[in-house]
Design a protein around this ligand. Sequence first.
Ligand SMILES: *Cc1c(COP(=O)(O)O)cnc(C)c1O
Length: 418
Amino acid sequence: MDSRQPTTQRLTARAHVLDAQHAAADRRSAFVIPEGIVYLDGNSLGALPRAVPDVVADVTTRQWGERLIRSWNESDWWGAPERVGNRIGELVGAGAGQLVVTDSTSTNLFKLFVAVSRMDPGRTRVLIDPDSFPTDLYVLDSAARLTGLTVEQVHPDRAVDRVAEIGDELALVVYSSVDYRTGELWDLAAITQAAHRVGAFALWDLCHSAGAIDVRLDDDGADFAVGCGYKYLNGGPGAPAWIYVRAEHQDTFHNPIAGWHGHARPFGMERDYDPAPSISRARSGTGPMLSLLSLEAALTAYDGLSMVDVRARSLSLTGFFIECLGGLGIDLPLATPAQDGRRGSQISLRHPEAYAVVQALMARGVVGDFREPDIIRLGFAPLYVSHADALAAAEHLSHVLRDKEFESADLAMRATVT
Ligand SMILES: *Cc1c(COP(=O)(O)O)cnc(C)c1O
């Protein structure tokens, strides 16, 4: 007798019920998901939306191939960074005219760090989470060397107190809404309020939130924000990132990469830089148009969706996955908080052989990823992952662990990208 059987049946039935309950945010039919794959890495590279290939074909054959340079006007390539920015703005609670799609997240962070250092030279101190995605730390350190800012690494759960202690020397706090490694969701509104009480700015990194969480940039007071185009937003490998500058700060935001696309009159070809009187000043040079227009097509998967429903589906998926772990007797330590309000859209589990476990899952068609030092990271992109997928992933994990499938030597060999 397999004592697991009744549990599996119960969980299967529950997966059906939950999938029906959260059908409002189900857009699986808008994506290409290969047969036999449970894709739990949409937090790292979103799946391919069906709308993208046709747009890429049109952009290459007609817009570029036939219409050539005329497409900058005819297809409004020029206005695409602001147009796509406004669409992303709707997903992260930003009113029009505050967000533009440009460059990479790393480059946009650099622009913001340097710009903030020039806004109030009397304020020189910056707080950042030591557990930030590394690029945030590297870019801030480099910007600090250029500008004279001083950086202090403070964990988000101590940030509110530390901000008050530092007071009016504080220029900026830099926090990610979701920890990329553990999936913990931080209360950035509270940290932002603390920063504002001492006259400092708050910069939010939304790489692991945009498209999965009902972020409210305008309402929660964020001054600046950045995010990726290729994670939950599904823009494809190398899709450009975005930058948000709250309307009231745009006049005093001076982009250190003051390129011609951010000029008030780019085709005036003037000798001197005069920044555009809008979010366009955050642009620098010519953007990757094929990727930018792919991102625009990808975002149609969100048409008609409410981010409140998306967030509800995401929480239900990760909550149900935790339930499956319990039901199937998988007792790996959770790095992600089990409490709903403290979770992003991923579940991270700890295992000493995490890398090999991820490889063994991959061999079974469950695609997740590994993060140093011991994290099995499983992302639940709410638009195309189902509760049935969550159960299937847990069942595969239970087999991998029970039969020690991760012990095969070749699974421990690290590839370049983990
Ligand atoms: C993915 C990610 C980045 C990536 O930055 P790029 O410059 O676009 O490669 C930056 N920050 C965070 C928090 C991320 O998760």
